[in-house]
Design a protein around this ligand. Sequence first.
Ligand SMILES: C[S@@+](CC[C@H](N)C(=O)[O-])C[C@H]1O[C@@H](n2cnc3c(N)ncnc32)[C@H](O)[C@@H]1O
Length: 226
Amino acid sequence: MARGRHPTRLHIAPPTQEVAEKYLRSWYGGDIIREPHKFPGLTSQELFGNNNPLEIDFGCGMGVLTCDRARQNSGSNIIGIDFSQKPIFCGIHEAHKSGLDNIKFVRCNFNAIMPLLKPSSITKAYYLFPNPSRDYFNKRANEGRMRFLAAIYNALADQGQFIFATDSSELFKCMETIIKSELQYSNVSVDLDASGICTWYRNIWESRGKDIFGITFSKTGNAPGA
Ligand SMILES: C[S@@+](CC[C@H](N)C(=O)[O-])C[C@H]1O[C@@H](n2cnc3c(N)ncnc32)[C@H](O)[C@@H]1O
């Protein structure tokens, strides 16, 4: 993995038990795959006890965007998912400090959590600055990306948005090709600046003068295979 993509030297204390109970769910992917019925669905009703619109930040890292969205939209809920513990602890501290009630963090592999997504249940899905890999022409890797993207597509409500950004032009091309050829999105917008989206890694890459590739898709049409 390229340098600078993992904040390994983070010194952060775990949240207290009370704070963790409010904000954190730690799930092991193998358990979800074996016994999905033992886990709550990733819905507002099951995780927040209300029917407010729901957004999910896949690979939320330090939860900068996750906390921003919760602060800006008190009438919506947001879930940040990441398998790295220390960055999630940062997000939890921030959520607690800001007294947020509409945010949860799930520590889990987001590929394993897909069975817990429910159809047409989320209004926005963010996939921002994922770690690029070097397997853009590998059939199996692209099938995995397709499964991930199709699961998000199925979970989005009509007019729901999928927002993707990366500093890698190769990853951008790979994802764009899969999305445009396989999924029925419309109103393609590439204006990341107008979206006001700010993340930890967006700040890092922009401060180093890197180009950022961003795209937003809106869902219209039927689920793949429906
Ligand atoms: C480069 S960081 C980007 C974090 C954040 N979206 C941002 O823009 O600041 C990528 C994050 O994705 C997480 N991640 C990568 N693969 C994952 C997976 N399969 N399940 C959960 N988290 C994952 C990593 O732990 C890391 O925190």
